[in-house]
Design a protein around this ligand. Structure first.
Ligand code: HEC
Ligand code: HEC
Length: 298
């Protein structure tokens, strides 16, 4: 993982970032923390379709996993945020999330001896906006996962739990028959493009269009990673698909007739066995070591 200049990894920065990640002091009511919506046991995603905000306001989209988040070239599904440091400001200010203000948070933290000391120790300054955004990003960049059964299998490890169904599912996933790996490619199973995967004919949440106002971007979202996907149900930007079986049925249907739908999507006519194999492969991307890692927990 590359850390940017001025925010190189140090244990002190990481520890401060971790403390902030789990501290509800960042929210207006003092009840919500980053971990309220990004829960360790769900690979730092949430099991609610739409996570509730600080005063139980319903959010507008499903909380994404933070698995390997530091490898993303930009942030949020619409792609409007260029760095992890800047992304921290989004939940802090969002009315539906912390509903707070970073200057106010900094003033509060300065009066708490633990944060004052930890900030001086980590960045040689008071716990201001610079410190809060950098420390949280420093912690997030260490949320690295790469030890799933699939990883063990491709590294040739004999303990890999990767049987015949997983092998067939992998081949299907990588094939021209499904095109899954045309979008979900590389180490993180994402090419980080914006794509319309035909979820709706009419999108309520218009995705990248919100940012660009370009008609061709309606219904386009960042291609998400599929690592730890078995832990992060429900699925899609709005959490509208409950299970991996539902996701496979969606792709099997070829998706809804939407003008921006990618030409990679088409009806697949998968057999029941093929559907089960695809699901088995998706489940093999689970990294138990990652969600159970003591270091990452509160
Ligand atoms: C109320 C729920 C909620 C809280 C609290 C929250 N988040 Fe999020 N987070 C979300 C949602 C929903 C998104 C997706 C937003 C989007 O894509 O438009 C998101 C997106 C992100 C992303 C970008 C993910 C990506 O794939 O681009 C990061 C990083 C992140 N959150 C980190 C944090 C941090 C750090 C905190 C605490 C400072 C935090 N979140 C607090 C719900 C929450
Ligand atoms: C054209 C590019 C494209 C292709 C091809 C594609 N996907 Fe996706 N996939 C996406 C996008 C974009 C999303 C996110 C959509 C959203 O948030 O509404 C997504 C979401 C998903 C999700 C849910 C992720 C989450 O965190 O909610 C899964 C699982 C998934 N795809 C699996 C597959 C499988 C299996 C295939 C092949 C049958 C496939 N995808 C083919 C672009 C693609």
């Amino acid at each position: 993982m590359e850390f940017p200049d001025g925010n190189e990894y140090t244990k002190a920065r990481w520890e401060l970032g971790k403390a902030l990640f789990y501290d509800p002091i960042l929210s207006k009511s003092g009840k919500t923390s980053c971990s309220s919506c990004h829960k360790t046991e769900f690979a730092f995603a949430d099991n609610a379709a739409l996570s509730l905000g600080d005063e139980n306001q319903e959010g507008t989209s499903n909380s994404p996993t933070l698995t390997n988040i530091g490898y993303n070239p930009y942030f949020t599904r619409a792609g409007g945020v260029p760095t992890l440091e800047m992304q921290v400001l989004v939940p802090i200010q969002e009315h539906n999330e912390f509903n707070n203000n970073i200057v106010f948070i900094a003033d509060t933290l300065k009066k708490i001896p633990f944060y004052e000391k930890a900030a001086q120790y980590a960045y040689k300054r008071d716990p201001d906006a610079f410190v809060i955004t950098r420390a949280l990003a420093n912690f997030e960049r260490t949320l690295i996962s790469g030890n799933s059964e699939y990883d063990k299998f491709i590294q040739g490890k004999s303990e890999a739990k990767f049987g015949a169904s997983e092998v067939r599912g992998m081949q299907l996933f990588m094939s021209d028959k499904t095109n899954c790996s045309s979008c979900h490619s590389g180490f993180n199973f994402s090419n980080y493009n914006f794509e319309n995967n035909g979820l709706y004919e009419q999108y309520n949440e218009s995705g990248r269009f919100r940012l660009t106002q370009n008609q061709e971007d309606i219904g386009k979202f960042k291609v998400p990673t599929l690592r730890n996907i078995a832990f992060t149900a429900p699925y899609m930007h709005d959490g509208s698909l409950g299970t991996l079986e539902d996701v496979v049925e969606h792709y099997n249907s070829g998706g809804k007739n939407q003008i921006n739908k990618s030409s990679f999507l088409k009806p697949l006519n998968l057999s029941n066995q093929e559907k089960a194999d695809l699901v088995a492969f998706l489940r093999s991307l689970s990294d138990l070591e990652f969600i159970n890692k003591k270091d990452f927990k509160k």
